[in-house]
Design a protein around this ligand. Structure first.
Ligand code: ADA
Length: 585
């Protein structure tokens, strides 16, 4: 399953995952042997590879021909891809989509090989040993598409209200298969010697003998919420962006209580015949940071949220639809209205469900707790910036995403770190001005970056890492931000608060790690934060217990982060009902 709705009626699309592929680990006891493994999946879900860190080669075959586009929703964490033995793509970062376009393939059976690597090294600046697990494998779906010489890469809809009427700015990104200018940032800083362009476009023999070459122009037909618009004679010789504005009557706005969704359907036509299409979904809603508030269609929002990792003891980071939906049901049952995708962009299926359920999403780029030294890795900036450049265009239309976050708990207390934060906020604002942005800081009274985001956000752990009372701690921090920093007057929120609790662990003195301690700590923490009038909301750390990388076991019993309100099997801890009671007040 790729999305919760059809994204094409005309373009032929076929999921290549959702079945067994051949898997062969490259190192270790089973190196070179072959196994049938389910996809999409992490290799950790296979009993022989539950702790495997290394490279592994996945292979599948399919019948096709002509021009194809292969979309990889997520390979963990570094991918190299070959089609019939020719290298067609490489990509870094488990949590963003990449693609490869191959033209003029002969009709018949083709072999796709994906080499995934989840090792840690200097080459990988974001996937490092950390307080969550970097899994390995084809962890999100792979999709095969049949494309023409020109196809729709993407469409962005930006709804806005003016003079009491809903309007929308529409941008349609057309791509010409022979044009190789798309996204040419090299995120590896290694010498690429293979015959493959930096942007994963591979044309056999360096030629592209396109049919219809006598007719370079296309007509673009747009249908949004039942309204049609036709834009004629678009030059499709090169990649092109088609822009339009539309206005609408009788719109049902997207709100948390009534998350009404609308479709945009774009078609490309030649001689009145449609040959390509793209369908996406959006909601009529506007998000604005205004003074100390974030407004959703003019109404103040109050965040009662949880941070959630994509993690499950059976599925690793590759949760299937039903497991994601079950998580969201539990989160809603707890009374939460928002989820923070700590600490990376999430699967589109998760975002689709949040759109449908009216859950507000804080989506963030990939980074957790990087020190200045980590950030000085020459790969850090290109890799982290590329995550933003891939995340925002892909997720732009999701109405649930109300804010972009970056660089959780990185070096926002140093001048060098500040430069990196600034560059990344600049990239976000180039790509999207329709949402605010922020970062979750743990630098307390040493943070020097609050002039940069639209919203000031802190991760705090009173009653866990220190024993200060939560209300005193929060008040002191808030006043410091107002009196001493350029974050003064901005919306303020708590992006993490919580305490560890081991499922089933009790003692007579309710010490740390007991379920009782966790429940009481959360009661005090949440009461303080939700009662603080200048704080627009809170995210609990975290929804469920998660596996962490072995190298990071230090302060984490079971090699797990145990601050979940439910454990890794989604069994409720005592804290669950406390949260439910407070969130439902
Ligand atoms: C940090 C971090 C989380 C997690 C948490 C904790 O704030 O952002 O990823 O590590 O602390 O459990 O201490």
């Amino acid at each position: 399953m790729v999305r919760t709705f059809n994204t094409h009626n005309i373009r032929k699309q076929q999921e290549l995952t959702g079945k067994y592929w051949d898997f062969s680990p490259c190192v270790g006891k089973y190196a070179g042997e072959h196994f049938k493994v389910a996809t999409p999946c992490c290799w950790e879900s296979h009993p022989k590879f539950a702790g495997y860190r290394g490279e592994g080669e996945y292979t599948t075959t399919f019948k096709t021909g002509g021009n194809i586009r292969l979309e990889f929703k997520g390979i963990s964490h570094t991918a190299e891809v070959w089609l019939d033995g020719r290298k067609i793509a490489k990509h870094y970062n488990a949590y963003t989509i990449f693609d490869a376009v191959c033209t003029n393939l002969s009709y018949g059976e083709h072999t796709l090989t994906v080499r995934a690597d989840n090792r840690f090294s200097e080459k990988s600046a974001l996937h490092i040993p950390n307080d969550y697990m970097s899994y390995g494998g084809v962890s999100r779906p792979v999709v095969l598409e049949q494309i023409s010489d020109v196809y729709i890469r993407n469409v962005h809809v930006t709804p806005y209200k003016a003079d009491g009427k809903w309007k929308a700015k529409i941008e349609i990104y057309l791509e010409n298969t022979k044009d190789n200018k798309y996204g040419d940032k090299d995120c590896f800083k290694i010498n690429e010697t293979e015959n493959i362009s930096k942007n994963n476009r591979y044309v056999p023999n360096g030629e592209n003998d396109i049919k219809n070459s006598e007719n370079r122009s296309v007509d673009v037909l747009v249908n949004v919420a039942g309204e049609n618009l036709i834009i004629k004679n678009i030059d499709a010789e090169k990649n092109n962006i088609v822009k339009a504005e539309m206005e609408f009557d009788n719109i049902n706005e997207w709100t948390q209580e009534t998350p009404e969704l609308y479709y945009i359907e774009v078609k490309l036509l030649r001689n009145e015949k449609a040959f390509d299409d793209l369908i996406d979904r959006f909601g009529f809603r506007e998000i604005k940071a205004s003074g100390k508030e974030i407004l959703l269609n003019g109404e103040k929002i109050r965040i009662k949220g949880v941070c959630r990792h994509e993690d499950h003891p059976q599925f690793g980071c590759a949760l299937p639809f039903a497991a994601i939906a079950a998580d969201i049901e539990l989160i809603k049952d707890m009374g939460a209205n928002s989820i923070r995708t700590s600490h990376y962009p999430n699967d589109e299926i998760f975002l689709d469900i949040c759109d449908e359920q009216g859950i507000l999403v804080w989506e963030e780029n990939h980074a957790r707790g990087l020190s200045e030294e980590n950030m000085r890795n020459p790969n850090f900036e290109p890799q982290a910036e590329k995550v933003i450049e891939e995340m925002i265009p892909a997720h732009y239309n999701h109405p649930s995403i109300y804010i972009w976050g970056i660089l959780n708990e990185c070096a926002s207390d140093t001048e060098y770190g500040k430069e990196c934060y600034k560059k990344q906020f600049d990239i976000i604002r180039e790509l999207d001005t329709s949402r605010p942005c922020s970062f979750a800081s743990c630098k307390f009274k040493t943070d020097i970056c609050f002039e940069l985001p639209d919203v000031v956000s802190y991760n705090i752990y009173p009653l866990w890492y220190h024993d200060t009372e939560p209300d005193e701690y929060l008040d002191d921090l808030y006043k410091w931000v107002q009196n001493e920093t350029k974050g003064v007057g901005k919306p303020f929120m708590i992006t993490e608060i919580g305490a560890g609790g081991l499922y089933g662990y009790r003692n007579n003195y309710d010490s740390k790690w007991t379920e009782e301690y966790q429940a009481e700590a959360l009661r005090k923490q949440l009461t303080a934060v939700l009662g603080y009038k200048d704080c627009i909301g809170v995210y609990i750390w975290q929804f469920c217990d998660i596996r962490i990388s072995d190298e990071w076991f230090g302060t984490r019993p079971r090699t797990m982060n145990n601050k979940g309100i439910v454990d890794e099997f989604r069994r409720k801890k005592l804290a669950y009902n406390v949260v439910k009671e407070i969130f439902n007040k």
